[in-house]
Every structure is written in C-alpha cells, then in structure tokens.
Design a protein around this ligand. Sequence first.
Ligand SMILES: [Mg+2]
Length: 332
Amino acid sequence: MKLKEIGEFGFIERFKPLFNDLIQDNQIGIGDDCAIIPANETEDWVITTDLLVEDVHFLREAITPRQLGYKSLAVNLSDIAAMGGTPTGSFLSIAIPSSIDVEYLDEFMAGYHELSAKYGVALLGGDTTKSLKHLTINVCAMGKCAKGKARKRSMAQTGDLICVTGQLGDSAAGLKLLLEKSPRIAGYDYLLAKHHQPEPQIAEGLFLADISEVHAMMDISDGIASDLKHILKASGKAATIDVNKLPVSDILKNAAQTLDWNAEELAASGGEDYELLFTMAPENLETIQQQFAERFGKPLYVIGQIADGESIVSWMKGDKKTELGRSGFNHF
Ligand SMILES: [Mg+2]
C-alpha cells in the first residue's frame, strides 16, 4: 500500500493506539498543536516539533537563508502560541547537503537567532548531519502554560463564534506568485514576505488564553478549510463559515484582480498564514474585540459559528449556501 492511499493522518492513526497505554493520565499526546505535560504545581509544559524539507516545504533558491532560519523556528513557536503558551526553548537538527556553504548556514542561524531573541527563547541543543541532496530541518520547541489553561482543539462548544487573529490567504498568494513565476505586481514583496517570514502570534495566544470565553484554539498551517476540521473532529461539532467574512488584505484583493485569482479561495484553503483560529462563547464579544484591537492594533475577525452535528464545514455567502471546490467556491 502506498502512503498516499491513507495520507499523513491515516498513517498516524495506524500507530497511535500502540502508544495510548504508555501515556500517563495527566498527559495529552498526539493530536493537538502541542503535547501537554505537567511541569509543576502551577504550570504545564507544551511541546511541539516540525520538519521542513527542501522542495517539499521550501524552495532553496526562492527563500533567503535568513528567512529560512526565521521561519523554521516561527512555525514551531506558532504551535506554542496555539496552546496559549509562552515559549521557553528550542532544539534544532539539520541535515546539510554538500552544496551548502558555511556562509549560508551563518545566515540561517542569524535568522533563527533573530526570532529566538524576540521572544527570549534559548537554543538548547540539537544535531547536525550530512544530507545527500536536500536541506532538511527539524525544530522542537517547548513552552509553558498556566496549569490546565492550554487551549485544546477539543474544547469547541455549540454556539461558539469562530474567529481568526488576522488576514488570510496572503502567504498562499506569495507561494502562488513564486510557483507561477508571476510578474512583479503591486504588493509582490509584501505577499512573498508573508510566505517566507511568518510571525508567530505569541502575544495574541497569551491574550486569548487569559479569556474564559475562548475555548478551542489552533494555528493556521494548512488553511482554515482543512484546519477547522481538526477542531470539529476533536470537539464532535459542525461549523458554518461565511465566506463574505473571511478577512482578505487589500493587497491580496488587488493581486487577485490583476492575475485573475480567486481571493476567497486562497483565504479559505491557502495555508501557512500562522494566524490563530479559535472558538469563543459569544458573550462579551464586543468588549473582547475592543480590548484586542487596542492591544494589537488590528481587528479580531468573526468568520462563523460552531453548531451541533457531523464534523463538516458548511460554507455560506451571506445567507446563500456555497461549496468550496478545486477552483474556488461553486454556488448552488
Ligand atoms: Mg499547528
């Protein structure tokens, strides 16, 4: 059997039960953005790991080594943010092909250090080895949460609003510009930077984890169409998303118009925005939105609602049903 027949998650389901007996009752293992492990009387550890492989996750000729170092840590800190955690340390392992020189690695580490310094996250260890062809990077990041306060994907409740911390689709648009070798349209550099140097929403995650109305949370790595399903499955809920409410930047709108792209589709299914996707009880929404806007200088976007039912996303355009297909939304 080929792996593609069952996919990444099918593979995980094959071995996950073998380890269930080995996990202690007070630990949370595979299936969330981070594992959760008790640290002491007042705190839990949240720990994650992520792999970046050349030509699968990045194109070496398109991203600068500095950006690649920054992004390698950013995607891991984003998983700490998704739990509402404070990052405390990281481990870095790299398999390096002979085509890469020391100056490249110095730049890579400068980018990795830039983000480490921003959040006071020490590099605590790792490994280096030779690779025959592709540059391969593995990062493990650890952080801490107040005991029992980590936000899990399983916490969504019926009636919760579905929210995001920022605009969607810019990163996917940046990747599309690269892959389609598009001309340097207006906003080209902005969209590419969004793809190559994402910002983990650490402060936003901490702010949200402090609010009792905020329930399930995760970061957006594969696009909300696919990421939201993880929350729905873990929580046993359904969701409705209003396509009209997906926050899209003016830069992406203009790019989509110039290049005949579907901005809504990029916002719904484009990955790697690394914003936070979360659900919250509707009480006190206005107060929370106001506090969020004051603190972060950007709006908190409400894009849909959690309901009882099968774990699927129903897409709406205002009050009309729509469907997310391969070429964007198909209206009934
Ligand atoms: Mg994640």
